[in-house]
Ligand binder design. Structure first.
Ligand code: FES
Length: 568
């Protein structure tokens, strides 16, 4: 077993003295430095990331497992990205956090890694960074919260949008809003619906980067600690067997992840994060693959926002292994996972324990699922829509654009009684793309104008270069590329222009003739944010467009795990 950590701890003389002596101030016995594999426990614990606030506790379970298997666990913090508090949007910092992860792993005496994550961006940022080093690695997700309760009903994050609309319509008092607020997040863990955090937990499980069952065990269930402990034991063996991330993350594993994401009705954010991960590990993946591999996969998990139930229910029904069992005919079943077994071995006999929550493919909850990739003059490099969260009647639609130049313009105008809008209109929001905002915030499922809500309109076609929360729903076209801030056609849309959406035909077009569009392009003044310093400058100068995964261009690929030269 070749260990990187020996380059530090097995050294003789002054260097070895320095490497070991300072570590011993933590009460570590001398034999821990004598050839045991060092497991870095990469922790996104933070009280500013409430979804991950229990991860210090989970790290202790991982440590027990590592010690039981003869390893040497060392926990370290990395930048944590809390979805609810960070401004302007946690997505702005995904790539920054991934750099922290990558360099923290490579710079230290680490032989293998456990990634502890939960809230939306914490999972992709950790996986991206770890891929660029490519050591043996296992992901342990924090798990979802227990199902929320309000007036005896089950609630989750997706209800937030409904509560907001009801409150706007005057149907929910402040006192009732307070009750809902108190009942929504009643345990440790991340959002309890199939939002982006659960999508990411499902993604890492279907990629083979976790022990089976990782995604659905609730954060508060003692089995979550068992999984963490077993992962701690397993990573030691993974190092002995020299199974690196690149041995797990083959193209076939990515195809499986796309199919599972369709089966569970996962978030549209999945496309952006999976492409960024593929870019780091060197697997060819493009936006069209998401449509191609998901188009024949029906929705077999009945989870909000596409369905009815919550992550806790998914766990009781058999979790991701049961979902994968349900769609097994479509999967690449001989791909390896971190427990040393293939997908086929992991999902054998893992049948659904509740057909109301996980169905067979013969009786799906929705025959349409996955991510549809649209093309047309409004999105030359693509845009995405999630059919399972959309209104079927709006999937083929032609309407007049009501344009908002940016999010401030939207906020100022959306509830104005003078807004020239009807139920057939298409709401268009510009300048919320990767460079434009910057950071591509989750504002794509912009709220319906108050005057239409009052008339009972609950969904409209909405188009933007931004993203949508995985907990959101509606007929929402997202990730329009190229984005408006760099002069994409989206920037040229004007109030009253006709837009045609045809999801079945994969088309999104602005029905304005080319001559007129050329004229508008010549007069276009770009509204790009200019930063003179700091991370925002680096980000805006280097972020790629959404259809490529919105990673920084110079972070593609990896620099490997070679031990860096030392300075002593
Ligand atoms: Fe953290 Fe939803 S806010 S997972």
């Amino acid at each position: 077993m070749k260990l990187r950590s020996k380059e530090w701890f097995a050294r003789k003389g002054k260097d070895g003295f320095i490497y070991r002596a300072w570590m011993k101030n933590q009460g570590i016995p001398a034999d821990m430095f004598e050839g045991k594999p060092v497991i870095g426990i990469c922790n996104t614990w933070s009280e500013l990331t409430p979804c991950n606030a229990h991860l210090r506790d989970l790290a202790e379970a991982v440590k027990k497992g590592v010690l039981e298997a003869g390893g040497f666990p060392l926990e370290f913090p990395v930048m944590s990205l809390g979805e609810t508090l960070m401004k302007p949007t946690a997505m702005l910092f995904r790539n920054l956090a991934s750099m922290d992860v990558e360099e923290s792993i490579r710079a230290n005496p680490i032989d293998g890694v456990i990634l502890l994550c939960g809230c939306d961006k914490t999972t992709p940022s950790l996986v991206m960074g770890a891929c660029s080093v490519d050591l043996p690695t296992i992901v342990v997700s924090g798990g979802a919260m227990l199902t929320g309760k309000y007036k005896g009903k089950d609630i989750g994050t997706s209800d937030l949008w409904r509560f907001a609309d009801e409150s706007k319509k005057g149907l929910l008092s402040e006192e009732e809003m307070n009750m809902a607020e108190a009942g929504m997040c009643r345990s440790i863990g991340h959002c309890a619906v199939m939002g982006t955090a659960s999508t990411m937990a499902g993604m890492v499980e279907s990629l083979g980067l976790t022990l089976p069952g990782n995604a659905a065990i609730p954060a508060a269930d003692s089995n979550r600690k068992v999984l963490a402990r077993m992962s701690g034991r397993r990573i030691v063996q993974l190092i002995k067997d020299d199974v690196k991330m690149s041995d797990i993350l083959k193209r076939e594993a990515f195809e499986n992840a796309i199919k599972v994401n369709a089966a569970i009705g996962g978030s549209t954010n999945f496309a952006i994060h999976l492409m960024a991960i593929a870019g780091r590990i060197g697997v060819e993946l493009n936006l069209e693959d998401f449509d191609h591999f998901s188009k024949d996969i029906p929705l077999v998990a009945n989870l909000q926002p596409s369905g009815k139930y919550f992550m806790e229910d998914l766990y009781y029904a058999g979790g991701i292994p049961a979902v994968m069992n349900s769609i097994q005919a479509a999967l690449n079943r001989d791909v390896l996972t971190v427990n040393g077994r293939t997908i086929a071995e992991n999902i054998a006999d893992q049948v659904s324990l509740n057909d109301e929550v996980i169905s067979s493919t013969d009786q799906p909850f929705n025959p349409r699922s996955g991510i549809v990739v649209l093309k047309g003059n409004l999105c030359e490099n693509g845009a995405v829509i999630k059919p399972s969260a959309a209104t079927p009647a709006l999937m083929k639609h032609r309407g007049k654009a009501v344009v908002f130049e940016n999010i401030e313009d939207y906020k100022a105008k959306i509830d104005s009684p003078d807004l020239d809008v009807d139920a057939n209109s298409v709401l268009v929001l510009k300048n919320v793309g990767p460079k434009g905002y910057p950071g591509m915030p989750e504002v794509g499922n912009m709220g319906i104008p108050k005057k239409l809500l009052e008339k009972g309109v609950n969904d409209m076609v909405r188009i933007s270069d931004g993203r949508m929360s995985g907990t959101g729903f509606g007929t929402v076209v997202l990730h329009v590329s190229p984005e408006s801030a760099i002069g994409g056609t989206l920037a040229l849309v004007q109030d009253g222009d006709e837009i045609e959406l045809d999801v079945e035909a994969r088309k999104l077009n602005l029905l304005v003739d080319a001559k007129e569009l050329n004229l508008r392009k010549q007069n276009l003044k770009l509204d790009l944010n200019v930063y003179s310093r700091g991370y925002c400058k680096l980000y805006v100068d280097h972020v790629e467009q959404a259809h490529l995964g919105a990673d920084l261009d110079f972070l593609k690929g990896g620099s490997g795990s070679e031990v860096l030269r030392d300075s002593h």
